[in-house]
Design a protein around this ligand. Structure first.
Ligand SMILES: C[S@@+](CC[C@H](N)C(=O)[O-])C[C@H]1O[C@@H](n2cnc3c(N)ncnc32)[C@H](O)[C@@H]1O
Length: 219
């Protein structure tokens, strides 16, 4: 399964035995757990994480939101073992074994059992516009009515990059591959709304990141 090549600065994961370690995942783990506690459906249910990366995040999510059964997924096969190693170490019984999923492939949404919560962090800037649109469309398909989609990462605002660090990062992504780079907040809202997702909140997060929370309308 092809995973887009990205610059080394975009996805750093060092290996520690079977477990990969991403310093950025460690840094934003707590704020993401706090966010999900606030915005996830209170009734719990089935949760899907896209692009789980090392597996650091899903262990935190599962510990803090035990009312959900968590399914971590990744496009990079070499990361599945790391995800499972973190889950085993944390002795969590509400996380399923990691599965392969290319979140930019057409049709994955229909193949899922309906999900009450779908979480994606730090991928949209690493894929093309068409792939980002596809990902949102498939996530909307995979959500149960009333389910929520949470998207987190760096974004431009109204067409503007709003910090020197964001300008540098976006430029480095585009120099590596002109098809990838920051997506705009207005576009995210637009793409999601056309797929039947209602914006619940757009939240300013630390390090100039944004979190979008969408709810799937009942049919
Ligand atoms: C920057 S890392 C973010 C990992 C984690 N979500 C986090 O926030 O720390 C991007 C991850 O997306 C995965 N990825 C890349 N393309 C993907 C795709 N098409 N579908 C699912 N995952 C993908 C990469 O393998 C990598 O683990």
């Amino acid at each position: 399964m092809p995973v887009r090549s990205v610059p080394g600065t975009a996805s750093i994961a060092n290996s520690d035995g079977g477990k990969l370690f991403a310093p950025s995942a460690e840094r934003n783990q707590e704020v993401l757990c706090d966010l999900l506690e606030q915005v996830a459906p209170a009734s719990g249910g089935a949760a899907l994480e896209l692009a789980s990366g090392t597996g650091q995040h899903v262990t935190g999510y599962a510990a803090r939101l035990p009312q959900f059964s968590w399914q971590p997924t990744e496009a990079d096969l070499s990361r599945l073992q790391s995800i499972d190693a973190y889950v085993a170490e944390a002795e969590l019984n509400n996380v399923r074994p990691a599965e392969t999923l290319d979140a930019t492939s057409a049709g994955w949404g229909a193949a899922q059992d309906p999900k009450d919560l779908i979480v994606l962090s730090n991928l949209l800037h690493l894929i093309s516009t068409a792939e980002a649109q596809c990902l949102i469309r498939e996530a909307a398909h995979a959500l149960a009515p009333g389910g929520r989609l949470v998207l987190y990462g760096p974004f431009s605002r109204g067409g503007e990059l709003t910090s020197p660090g964001d300008e540098r990062f976006h430029a480095s992504l585009q120099a590596h591959d002109p098809k990838i780079g920051y997506k705009d907040d207005f576009d995210i809202l637009d793409w999601a709304e056309t797929k039947g997702l209602t914006p619940v909140q757009v939240i300013e997060m630390p390090a100039n990141n944004l979190a979008f929370v969408f709810s799937k309308d009942a049919p």
